[in-house]
Design a protein around this ligand. Structure first.
Ligand code: PMV
Length: 320
């Protein structure tokens, strides 16, 4: 059971889907991200210290097979980084940290950020730390370093903290703005079932960018040009343009080498069944594909076609 009768702090964080600009966002190019309705829950309580263990994790999130084992060390590193930011006076006690909630622990849905935000909120409640959303977001950003390497863009934790549809730009300080849309629009996310290592993929992109600065400069410029057009398309519910821009974005992601055959197949299936656009979302090399499918019927058709190929799907809406 999630819950119980112990005194404990609880918190939640949204899952997210990056609609435009993953990878490019790491270098200060704007991105567009949306929270999704699935979320992660965390509970924090204490128990008498056993040996040298400062915390114990009970992870009850549903998962893509292998995700939790693959990410176990990163998860511990992430929690240590967040705990470093506060003075909890845990001389005789250890933390018991429990994760649950409906969000699948998988690459591409912001599972790490959702769990960092949920943990920060639970810690805040359990120890009455008086943190506001800005402080929660900052702590979750530190936690994301455990999964993304030293310089995550911060896009995931921002969406996980604040929710909604957001334009996010990394910087000092990073900036974000909520985007208003006339109505929500349906999307389908198809899970390749493969776990991606964000730190490794982000490092590879950086190395390749250093090797071929001219070629990458052009790709990055094209990525930057997509964002204002995508924002306008969202604001005017122009889904045809939005779909085309998703395909343009996917082409650039292919050029920097982060797509893979599973993602390409899922994109093809979605487009063959009428999706207006499709692309990978998040790190790539696995994780999720995202398809734009306005209307319940189209959403259902695309979702069924992907399921028929043996992949799991998430059906949700983005925008308000
Ligand atoms: O795979 P995800 O959902 O954690 O997204 C990673 C997004 C990147 O742009 C590749 C990295 C980052 O720090 O923004």
């Amino acid at each position: 059971m999630f819950g119980g009768n112990l005194v404990l702090g609880t918190g939640s964080g949204f899952g997210k889907v990056i609609l435009f600009g993953e990878h490019f966002v790491v270098y200060g190019i704007p991105s567009i991200v949306s929270a999704i309705s699935d979320y992660t829950l965390a509970e924090v309580t204490t128990e008498p210290r056993m040996q040298d263990k400062y915390f114990r994790i009970i992870d009850e999130r549903p998962e893509t097979p292998g995700y939790k084992t693959k990410k176990e060390e990163q998860q511990k590193r992430s929690i240590r980084l967040m705990l470093k930011m506060v003075d909890l006076n845990l001389e005789y006690n250890s933390l018991v940290i429990k994760f649950g909630g409906p969000l699948l622990a998988a690459s591409g849905v912001g599972a790490s950020a959702a769990s960092c935000v949920a943990f920060a909120r639970a810690l805040n409640e359990e120890f009455k730390l008086g943190m506001d959303d800005t402080a929660i977001n900052n702590m979750a950003y530190e936690g994301e370093k455990g999964y993304h390497g030293d310089q995550p863009s911060g896009v995931d934790n921002t969406a996980a903290t604040y929710g909604g549809l957001i334009e996010f730009t990394k910087g000092t300080p990073s900036k974000f703005e909520h985007i208003k849309t006339p109505q929500p629009v349906e999307i389908v996310m198809g899970n390749t079932g493969k776990v991606a290592n964000t730190t490794e993929v982000v490092d590879e992109v950086r190395k390749q960018k250093d090797k071929e600065p001219k070629r990458y400069e052009e790709i990055f410029q094209n990525a930057q040009n997509i964002i204002p057009r995508a924002r306008k398309a969202f604001e005017s519910a122009d889904y045809k343009s939005l779909g085309r821009l998703m395909l343009e974005n996917q082409e650039l992601l292919k050029q920097i080498g982060v797509s893979n055959p599973d993602l390409d197949l899922l994109i093809k299936v979605a487009l063959d069944h009428g999706a207006l656009g499709a692309k990978l979302t998040g790190t790539g090399r696995g994780g999720y594909m995202l398809a734009l499918t306005p209307g319940k019927t189209l959403q259902e058709n695309v979702a069924n076609a992907i399921k028929a190929k043996g992949f799991e799907v998430v059906k949700t809406t983005i925008g308000i």
